[in-house]
Design a protein around this ligand. Structure first.
Ligand SMILES: *[C@@H]1O[C@H](CO)[C@@H](O)[C@H](O)[C@H]1NC(C)=O
Ligand SMILES: *[C@@H]1O[C@H](CO)[C@@H](O)[C@H](O)[C@H]1NC(C)=O
Ligand SMILES: *[C@@H]1O[C@H](CO)[C@@H](O)[C@H](O)[C@H]1NC(C)=O
Ligand SMILES: *[C@@H]1O[C@H](CO)[C@@H](O)[C@H](O)[C@H]1NC(C)=O
Ligand SMILES: *[C@@H]1O[C@H](CO)[C@@H](O)[C@H](O)[C@H]1NC(C)=O
Ligand SMILES: *[C@@H]1O[C@H](CO)[C@@H](O)[C@H](O)[C@H]1NC(C)=O
Length: 445
């Protein structure tokens, strides 16, 4: 299973159905793409054992006993991995669940036959040596282990495809896994990693899943990160700063989460280029600013778009009316203004939108079809500037805002798709009438 990418990807998709889950921080990936459930091997594995020597030679507990002779192991690959695991075991400084006490003896692939030795290690037959059972996956999710470094450990498993370590206390340098030809999933979420973005992951050609969320990484995200051919990229809940690179448009990810960092600047207009892949994207709770790019409406496969809790301004582009697959759109807590476009509200009637959060902005009016959405609680427009609506900002605050809005944003009346049942109004006047001439006027982003 481990080496069959498609199988893992299916599980990944299931795990990602609603990305808001990744903001929770617990081990939401536990159990996916595991290899431990395969039936025990039936022949094919050569037992190259000669006479069995005294295997009682292995000391228990500390793992500091002599290495058993190679013929005690299922194959040479496993014999070579034994000292790697024992060395790592000696470096572990906390083990609240006592898992390392199972890392004893020569049965490194015990889980493959339903055994309980070597908890966290899972075996499979690598594609290039499909009669040699070896460790293909390591899943330490939720083990709570502490170790100063993973370098010299994870990178020493030549056939490794997955390393999952959600909710441990690992730190130090992220190991260089570029020499592992089958590697495709790295989950270091909810650990104690810090420092700059780990450059070692950028050259990982086969990587499909990268999860660095809930650590203390800081600084800017290098532009080449979005060139990795990933299907899921989770960078949320770190201390990343700087602009989201324009290379965002190169991402092949279906799931992209950069929420809860300190990114600044606008959402890159290159986002249009992700339309073949991107389904769920969370920019939530950063310090993003600038105008809401028209190009978001070109990402037609989006099911979840969340840019809440930033300082994004301008009107909602009419292109948003093209997001026919969108189920949830969150723009709450920004500095958006103007009219809530009718085409956006029509997505709830004619398409799949069930949650449109626009509270805590400066909208002054809503389209005709938005009214019923407010009543049915699909649309939240509390704390805006909509006259006659309940729970709005004080009039004075709205007057001040409209007298001096943060930035003039271009209003693009063009709708880049066919909208069933929608007839364009006669006049598409800019939503903001006495247009501001601030910050050089045009350009927006
Ligand atoms: C390999 O042979 C040894 C010694 O005969 C035996 O103890 C061990 O169980 C065998 N392993 C397998 C996987 O058959
Ligand atoms: C893997 O197994 C298949 C048969 O299942 C065989 O045709 C192929 O040659 C094997 N590949 C390697 C590299 O051993
Ligand atoms: C990491 O260690 C700290 C201090 O020992 C502890 O409070 C925290 O819960 C640990 N984190 C995890 C994910 O185990
Ligand atoms: C987390 O990392 C910091 C240094 O970056 C270290 O001082 C602290 O002990 C680590 N916590 C744990 C539980 O390992
Ligand atoms: C669009 O994506 C491709 C890769 O999918 C990339 O090579 C290209 O540079 C991207 N263009 C923009 C404008 O983002
Ligand atoms: C709608 O989305 C907002 C923002 O993401 C969220 O806070 C709210 O709980 C959602 N409402 C429902 C009914 O799911």
């Amino acid at each position: 299973m481990t080496f069959r990418r498609n199988a893992a990807v299916v599980v990944l998709v299931l795990a990602g159905v609603l990305l808001h889950g990744v903001l929770g921080g617990s081990s939401s990936h536990t159990g996916f793409a595991r290899t431990g459930n395969a039936p025990p091997s039936t022949g094919g594995v050569k037992n190259f054992t000669a006479p069995a020597p005294s295997s009682g030679a292995l000391e228990g507990g500390c793992g500091c006993g002599p290495t058993p002779p190679p013929w005690d192991f299922l194959n040479e690959k496993l014999a070579a991995l034994f000292p790697v695991i024992q060395a790592f075991k000696r470096s572990i400084t906390c083990d609240p669940l006592g898992v390392t006490s199972t890392w004893e003896g020569t049965k490194l692939c015990d889980s493959h036959s339903g055994g309980t030795a070597y908890k966290g290690f899972y075996c499979d037959y690598p594609p290039t040596a499909n009669t040699t059972l070896t460790i293909a996956s390591i899943d330490f999710n939720g083990f709570g282990l502490c170790a100063p470094s993973l370098a010299g450990f994870v990178d020493a498993f030549p056939d490794l495809a997955l390393f999952h370590a959600n909710s441990n206390n690992f730190s130090g340098a992220v190991p260089d896994l570029t020499a592992l030809p089958f590697f495709y999933e790295l989950d270091l979420s909810n650990n104690n990693f810090s420092g700059a973005f780990p450059d070692t992951v950028v050259p990982l050609g086969g990587l499909l899943f990268l999860d660095l969320r809930f650590n203390r990484f800081a600084g800017s995200v290098p532009p080449p990160v979005f060139g990795i051919t990933l299907e899921a990229l989770f960078l949320n809940n770190n201390g990343f700063t700087g602009r989201i690179p324009d290379t965002l448009g190169s991402t092949t990810a279906q799931y992209l989460v950069v929420a809860n960092n300190r990114f600044t600047g606008p959402i890159p207009r290159s986002i249009f280029n992700t339309s073949a892949h991107l389904e769920e994207v969370l920019f939530l709770n950063n310090d993003l600013s600038g105008c809401l790019p028209y190009e978001i409406g070109l990402v037609e496969g989006l099911t979840l778009f969340d840019a809440g809790g930033n300082q994004i301004t301008g009107p909602i582009p009419l292109s948003f009316g093209c997001l026919a697959h969108a189920e949830e759109i969150n723009l709450a807590g920004n500095q958006l203004y103007g009219n809530v476009p009718d085409v956006l509200c029509l997505l709830a009637k004619n398409a799949k939108l069930t949650n449109l959060s626009l509270s805590d902005n400066y909208f002054h009016s809503v389209g005709h079809h938005c009214m019923e959405l407010v009543r049915s609680r699909v649309l939240d427009v509390r704390r805006n500037c909509i006259l006659g609506f309940p729970d709005q900002r004080p009039l004075l605050e709205c007057t001040w805002f409209y007298a001096d809005p943060p930035q003039h944003c271009p209003f693009v009346p063009h709708i880049p798709c066919d909208l069933p049942g929608y007839h364009k109004p006669h006049a598409n006047k800019p939503a903001l009438l006495p247009a501001a001439h601030r910050q050089g006027g045009g350009g927006g982003n």
